[in-house]
Write a protein that binds this ligand. Structure first.
Ligand code: ADP
Length: 191
C-alpha cells in the first residue's frame, strides 16, 4: 500500500508512523529525516537546506520531490511505502501525482491525524526539553504550526476531493489511535 500521513507537528505522527510501517512491513519515507541527513553533510546543499530547517520553514518543493523520487526508485518501495511529512504543500501533492502517473503507481489513501493547537504546543515544548531538537524552540514551534495551517491544511481538501482522505483523532492514547488506523487500513484493503 502507498499511504500519505498528514498531521501537525506534535500530533504524534512519528509514533503512529513507526507502528504502521512495522505493521504493514513497508518502508518509512520521512522527508524530515531525509532533509536532516542532507543537512548533516558538509556541502553547499547542506547549508542551503539548514537555512530552511533551522528557521522552521519548508524546504523548496522541487528539491524535496527530487529527494523523494530518488528514494522511491530503490527497489524496496515497489511493495508500497508510507510517506511521513510529505507532501506538505499543494505543489508537492501535484508533483507526487505526476511522478506516480509516470511510474504507473497510485496512492491508496491519506491519513490526517488531528489534534487541538494548545495540546500540540504543550507536547512539542515537552519534547524540546527532552530531545533538544534544534527546530523545537518556542519561536519555531509556532512557525511550524503556522506553516501547517497555511500550507499543509489546503492539501486536505485536495485529497478529500479525490476520495482519499481518512481522518483520525489524535487526542487519545497512542494505542487507541493506532487501533483506528488499523481499521482504516483494513477497510481500504477490502474496498
Ligand atoms: P515535524 O513534523 O515535527 O515538523 P519533520 O521531521 O517532518 O518534523 O520536518 C522537520 C522540518 O523539515 C520541517 O519543519 C521542514 O523544514 C522540513 N521538511 C520536512 N518535510 C518537508 C517537506 N515535505 N517539504 C518541505 N520541507 C520539509
Amino acid at each position: 500500500m502507498r499511504i500519505v500521513f498528514i498531521g501537525p507537528p506534535g500530533a504524534g505522527k512519528g509514533t503512529q508512523c513507526k507502528r504502521l510501517v512495522e505493521f504493514l512491513k513497508i518502508p518509512h519515507l520521512s522527508t524530515g529525516e531525509m532533509l536532516r541527513q542532507v543537512k548533516n553533510q558538509d556541502s553547499a546543499l547542506a547549508r542551503w537546506v539548514s537555512s530552511y530547517l533551522d528557521a522552521g520553514k519548508l524546504a523548496p518543493d522541487h528539491l524535496v520531490m527530487r529527494i523523494v523520487a530518488q528514494r522511491l526508485s530503490a527497489g524496496d518501495c515497489d511493495i508500497g511505502c508510507l510517506f511521513d511529512g510529505f507532501p506538505r504543500t499543494l505543489v508537492q501533492a501535484q508533483l507526487l501525482d505526476e511522478h506516480f502517473a509516470k511510474t504507473n503507481r497510485k496512492l491508496d489513501f491519506v491519513l490526517e491525524l488531528q489534534a487541538a493547537e494548545e495540546e500540540l504546543i504543550k507536547r512539542m515544548s515537552k519534547r524540546a526539553e527532552l530531545e533538544k531538537r534544534a527546530d523545537d524552540t518556542q519561536e519555531t514551534i509556532r512557525a511550524r504550526l503556522h506553516v501547517y495551517e497555511t500550507q499543509t491544511a489546503p492539501l486536505l481538501q485536495y485529497y478529500r476531493e479525490r476520495g482519499l482522505l481518512e481522518i483520525v483523532d489524535g487526542m487519545r492514547d497512542p494505542g487507541s489511535v493506532f487501533a483506528d488506523i488499523v481499521s482504516i487500513v483494513d477497510k481500504r484493503r477490502s474496498g
